[in-house]
Design a protein. Structure first.
Length: 325
């Protein structure tokens, strides 16, 4: 038996009846056992393309011998039976069933991603999930469901964007900050190269990265992150570790510098990695290492988004910021 966590939501028609019917259908399905269901919580719609009614959201925990994609098929069939339509992304829905966790397995296929890539940033998912699965572990982040929710409640109001295409990251961060009113921190790499370009470019790689890391951490510390001063940076302090020209000992030295910087500079509530499209010139070993760093267990919530088209990336970052509130 595998313990699974499923999110439920509805904002069309008889919401409570639809959610209750979905639970009943799951109870009646073969190889589904020991359902535990949260309360239904009403929440405002997040990142919706038009004006929508509030959602009723909940979560259920179940035991099953069904493999992950077979369980997905069951959830999709129940959605179809209850009138779910999928013509508009994030549109209003009669029922929504998302497989969040399948034990501690990581599943990456064209049809299914588990853990659900958005669960760690969605308060409307975590709040009911804590009621039935507080101790379940997110296998990529390495935190329990209860810790993920506590992180949203207590983390500094600071989000870091990162990626190997620095100009793209800067444009997307600027567009997001302009629309949501957060304070934008531009990457000080521009100041470093313009102020002393020959010296900077000729310095050894480790010295350049250590200097840049210090500048980035200093910018965050000086920004004065607070509930009334939300900060979005077009860089991530830890991205220096993705430089492919560093030796292992140099990476360890930079890691110690990062640990020291955390004493004065806020750690991000969320890291958003803007990933170049497959086959792009900037899709490199550095991009792969940056994704590995963002997904390192114990580091905290992260999202991996395509950096093109840029307008869609802006929309998705805004959706993540709204969902955390």
């Amino acid at each position: 038996m595998t313990t699974c966590l499923v999110a439920l939501g509805a904002n069309l028609g008889q919401r409570r009846a639809a959610l209750s019917r979905a639970v009943d259908l799951l109870r009646q399905a073969p190889h589904i056992h020991d359902l535990r269901v949260s309360r239904w919580l009403e929440t405002p719609p997040v990142a919706t393309p038009d004006s929508q009614d509030p959602f009723l959201n909940g979560a259920l925990r179940l035991e099953t011998t069904r493999p992950p994609e077979d369980l997905l098929d069951l959830l999709l069939q129940i959605e179809d039976d209850l009138g779910r339509r999928r013509d508009v992304r994030w549109g209003a829905r009669a029922i929504d069933l998302d497989l969040l966790l399948y034990g501690e397995q990581i599943v990456q296929s064209p049809r299914l991603q588990v853990p659900h890539p958005w669960m760690a940033v969605r308060r409307f998912v975590l709040a009911p999930a804590v009621e039935v699965a507080a101790e379940m572990i997110h296998p990529q982040i390495g935190w329990s469901v209860s810790r993920l929710l506590e992180h949203l409640n207590s983390a500094a109001e600071y989000v870091a964007l990162t990626g190997v295409a620095a100009a793209v990251v800067e444009r997307i961060a600027g567009a997001v900050a302009a629309r949501c009113g957060w304070n934008l921190l531009r990457d000080p790499v521009g100041e470093a190269t313009s102020a002393s370009a020959p010296v900077y470019e000729q310095a050894p790689v480790y010295e350049r990265e250590a200097s840049l890391l210090s500048r980035r951490a200093g910018a965050i510390a000086e920004a004065g992150v607070s509930p009334s001063n939300r900060v979005l940076s077009a860089f991530w302090v830890e991205q220096s570790l993705a430089c492919g020209l560093l030796t292992q000992s140099q990476r360890e030295a930079l890691s110690r510098q990062i640990q020291a910087a955390r004493q004065t500079a806020a750690s991000p509530k969320l890291v958003v990695l803007l990933k170049p499209r497959e086959g792009a010139a900037s899709s490199s070993a550095e991009a792969i290492e940056l994704e590995r760093l963002a997904a390192r267990p114990g580091r905290g919530p992260f999202l991996v988004l395509d950096d093109e088209p840029e307008e869609r990336a802006v929309t998705e970052v805004l959706a993540a910021l709204e969902a955390m509130d």
